[in-house]
Design a protein around this ligand. Structure first.
Ligand code: FAD
Length: 490
């Protein structure tokens, strides 16, 4: 039986292991941490449970597909609910919007409460759908790095429709045209942050993202986000994948000579042989630490990183009926917030605050009469800023902002706390500079600039995960594993 090694048990590493087993490989996964999941982690504290990373689950069909491929019923492993309410939005001027997943209801609410109309919302989402139609097969579901991808008729059709993807103006410029009310433009500008980018620089192509949420839907796994990891690891183990925890790979081994070929991987001076190696690490660390003798793709590795996050996990004494599962408290001056992050590389003094409370649906996640708050703001990636000071200042601003808008002193309700910042994101998940999504998508051609899913220098070496093609976030990380599968010799 041919052997394969997967380095890293992030979501794409686990998906790759499942796919390789189904291709007939004997698969070993080596993970530096004591648990699988990488950025998709969990934390338990004083009776509260928190998902530490992703909180928004879209495109669950990419998870289901792995069970179906293995001949199993996904529902026997993993279940989720479709959300009726996508997000609650709070503005400093008192405006509150409850974005229903039924877009007609949401559009009517926007028309009733703001200067924008339902027709504006519908026009915008139609455009979002068009961008999806043009991009999904070409940019998301196939490799951009093999000629055969360009020989499909649907790829050629997409090339002819390239101008429709709105790549030549910034997202914020496009949205200013779509919406009379700048608060609604702000609401849709926020989608650039879903892949760690800046709406004032990133192309309007990112307006494709609302299509995922409003057309396919937003979901919540019934066992929390970490339930995705436990279900996939269970499937992988049943198929024969072996997971080795606390095993940090130090080197990828390959033959020397004109046509290098994979030999395996090295961990603590021990050599493990394999014909195939899939690296799920941040591509920056794959080159820096595991492929020291290979010329790195310098231009790609020197690109601007996506943003990072500062997260407070708060156990809250009390219930907040104004809040739902996903809540956004917008900054007054959105552009100033992004200037602080991208130009000054600091935290804005009025950051947009995201609060996720999984206990709103999953009661067992917090003790009675209490809530598990995941409170996150976007921050720059780690360039050696004085984080301790920035975190202290941000904490004060966040508490003031939420208390002001909810008209309730929230600080007295915080009964326990843990913090994740760009430094700890890097040390806990191996993400260079603590970026959440690899390189940023602030340039027009970012989609073409992500690292391919295979090595052109070493036969048998593949790359998956949020830092390579097609991009960051759970759905795209899962697609990276699928693209490897589709492009491997069987
Ligand atoms: P990673 O999660 O990056 O895991 C890589 C693994 O490799 C880690 O387990 C690490 O320990 C291991 N590793 C590193 N070095 C070695 C080594 N030398 N040897 C062995 N193992 C090694 N996405 C969404 O879809 N929705 C969201 O709402 C969302 N919100 C997010 C919020 C936060 C705070 C964060 C951090 C991320 C968020 N994301 C979200 C992004 C999403 O989590 C990632 O894109 C996705 O989980 C990345 O998975 P991955 O396969 O690239 O692996």
């Amino acid at each position: 039986m041919p052997k394969a090694i997967v380095i890293g048990a992030g979501i794409a590493g686990i998906a790759s292991a499942i796919r390789l087993t189904l291709k007939g490989y004997q698969v070993d996964v080596f993970e530096a941490n004591s648990k699988p999941g990488g950025k998709l982690g969990e934390l338990r504290m004083k009776g509260f449970r928190f998902d530490t990373g992703p909180s928004l689950f879209t495109m669950p069909q990419y998870v289901d597909e792995l069970f179906t491929l293995a001949g199993k019923n996904p529902k026997d492993y993993f279940d989720y609910i479709k959300l009726k309410e996508v997000c609650r939005y709070f503005y400093e001027d008192g405006l509150r919007l409850n974005a229903k997943s039924d877009i007609d209801l949401f559009a009517q609410e926007i028309e009733a409460k703001t200067n924008s109309t339902a027709a504006e919302v519908n026009r915008f989402l139609k455009k979002s759908e068009t961008i999806y139609e043009v991009t999904h097969q070409v940019f998301l579901e196939r490799t951009l790095h093999k000629l055969k991808s360009y020989l499909h008729w649907d790829t050629l059709k997409s090339v002819f429709r390239f101008l429709q993807i709105d790549a030549f103006r910034a997202q914020s410029k496009a949205n200013k045209k779509f919406f009379k009310d700048e608060r609604i433009a702000q609401l849709f500008n926020r989608y650039a942050t879903y892949n760690g980018s800046d709406p004032y620089q990133a192309p309007a192509t990112l307006n494709v993202i609302p299509h995922f949420e409003y057309h396919f839907g937003a979901f919540l796994p019934k066992n929390g986000m970490y339930g995705i990891v436990t279900a996939l690891v269970k499937l992988a183990e049943e198929l024969g994948v072996k997971f080795h925890y606390n095993q940090k790979v130090e080197e990828i081994l390959y033959t020397e000579g004109a046509q290098p070929k994979i030999l395996g991987a090295k961990i603590y001076d021990k050599t493990y042989k394999a014909e195939v190696v899939v690296s799920n690490l941040d591509i920056w660390f794959t080159y820096k630490n595991l492929l020291k003798n290979i010329d790195p793709p310098k231009k790609l590795l020197n690109q601007e990183r996506s943003s990072s996050a500062l997260i407070f996990y708060w156990g809250m004494d009390g219930n907040y009926s104004d809040l739902g599962l996903h809540n956004i408290f917008f900054a007054k001056d959105y552009q100033a917030e992004f200037n602080a992050i991208w130009k000054d590389k600091i935290i804005s003094d009025d950051p947009t605050v995201y609060i996720n409370i999984s206990a709103k649906h999953l009661r067992s996640e917090s003790p009675n009469d209490s809530e598990n708050w995941f409170v996150m703001i976007n921050v720059p990636s780690n360039n050696g800023q004085n984080w301790d000071l920035l975190i202290q200042e941000a904490r004060t601003q966040i508490i003031k902002k939420i208390s002001r808008i909810l008209n309730r002193n929230i600080e007295k309700d915080i009964i326990c706390e843990q913090i994740l910042d760009p430094r700890s994101i890097e040390s806990k998940t191996g993400s260079y500079q603590g970026s959440l999504y690899g390189n940023s998508s602030n340039s027009q051609f970012a989609a073409f600039l992500r690292h391919p899913n295979f090595s052109s220098k070493i036969k048998g070496l593949y790359f998956c995960g949020g830092s390579v093609h097609p991009g960051g976030g759970i759905p795209l990380a899962l697609l990276s594993a699928k693209i490897i599968d589709d492009n491997m010799p069987s």
